[in-house]
Design a protein around this ligand. Sequence first.
Ligand SMILES: Nc1ncnc2c1ncn2[C@@H]1O[C@H](COP(=O)(O)OP(=O)(O)O)[C@@H](O)[C@H]1O
Ligand SMILES: O=C(O)[C@@H](O)C(=O)COP(=O)(O)O
Length: 425
Amino acid sequence: MSLLLGCIADDYTGASDLANTLARNGLRTIQTIGLPAADLDLKDIDAAVVSFKSRSIPADEAVALAVSANHWLREHGAKHVLFKICSTFDSTDLGNIGPVTEALRNADATLPTLVTPAFPETGRTVYQGHLFVGSVPLNESPLKDHPLNPMHDANLVRVLARQSRDKVGLVPLSVVEQGVEAVRTHLVALASEGVQSAIIDAVFDRHLETIGMIALEAPTSTGASGLGLGLARALTASKPIQAGVQSQKASTPVAGHAAIIAGSCSQATLQQIEAVAGAIPTLRLQPEELIASPAHTVERALSWARPQLASGPVLIASSAPPSEVIALQARHGKESGIAIEKALAEIASGLVNSGVKRLVVAGGETSGATVDRLHVQAFSIGQEIAPGVPILEVSDQEHGAMLLALKSGNFGGRDFFSRALELMQ
Ligand SMILES: Nc1ncnc2c1ncn2[C@@H]1O[C@H](COP(=O)(O)OP(=O)(O)O)[C@@H](O)[C@H]1O
Ligand SMILES: O=C(O)[C@@H](O)C(=O)COP(=O)(O)O
């Protein structure tokens, strides 16, 4: 079977967010971890999301991964490949959104590659090239305090230009509002000025529908789930999918224990942890101790959790507010985050070995480390817990049937954890 759409995601939570959006908009979608196995069954699959943990790695490594995935996706029929980035454009000036976008561009491409992180359903909108998170510009949002990719500039034309060799331009909302023809004309004008990548404004889903249609005329695009929505709607409008919308049915019940692991320090996650305090037994890890003696801390956490699993879910968190993250990084550098991710992944693995079959992980990098440690290779997409966060169904020889929820740090309401556990029965 030939793929209608190929996607390369720069983290696993972002990939499940995208896979969820594609499925909800009519494409039968599979998410793989890393390059798909040669024998992956693509029968009845319209879109494949190949996910990497590449958001915060050096640009040349991210480029190599993306190029290999692009090759695989094209070989399996994808005429268009979306590079899925974060809806808050998480990256540094040395980040890889620019380099990967450039590397994926076909040498024959005549129009600039469209780039937009807009995802209105979760409050991410782009106007005059400026990204808003809810009602505030990116640089005033909680993303200014992100432990790995703090965002201090809302002007994405500038942000992308600092990471790119490309000349970067803008397609403003006034043009997008006029529809596909107007965008195409604007892109031709930008191309004549030497622009190769263009941030494109979008505030409502209807803008993303226009963008999806024009994006399909080029081999690649770069964006978040909102662009996925636009591409999926354009594809299903032009070629009705035989089997219809992938079901968002309740997952097949999975017997076994439940646990939550949180390594996200985002404001939303901090509030979600607070919301279940008192209702779910919670262990707050001490990051200093985690870094000084990881093996001991992991063992202590597992000894705390194991005897309680039969009575209900447990929550283990390293999450801390910005002031504590800054203090820890001042003492141990940004690499401290990687040490924490590894320890949390080790704890998750110990919990799974102790019978946990329903696992919620909060944090993109944390989820990446955990999924890698668990050796999960592919998911199918189940019911949506909150915008951008589906239940992921794992069914392989190593794990049997297992349910995961990989929550992007900033996603979900205050009641996310209880809602997830309720739906993952
Ligand atoms: N207490 C802490 N202090 C500093 N860094 C932390 C702490 N707890 C977790 N981290 C690190 O912060 C990063 C959070 O990133 P991530 O898991 O992607 O969450 P989000 O989805 O919110 O961005 C990870 O590298 C994680 O290991
Ligand atoms: O686009 C988004 O916001 C998400 O899909 C995503 O990628 C979030 O990243 P993390 O917060 O690091 O999980």
